[in-house]
Design a protein around this ligand. Sequence first.
Ligand SMILES: [Zn+2]
Length: 85
Amino acid sequence: MYCTKCGSELAVGAAACPACGAGLTARFDPVAYTLAELRDAFAGIYQETHALASGYGWQEEVILRLPRARRQRYCAMIIDERSLP
Ligand SMILES: [Zn+2]
């Protein structure tokens, strides 16, 4: 992100430009935010489904019927197991 007044590069979350002191206002785009959240959620579902299918041999239909919290918990267990020496 860059300052609209002087063009200096800004740190993420900066409240003011360090070069010229111009105040910054955050712009929130609810549609873009929602789309990004949905994209991340769908990406997560594919990753979770892959991990559980390959880790436990479960079918996709069975995996997708699990509540998300349980899918994530099982995925964490698989990741923990795989990270053991
Ligand atoms: Zn500036």
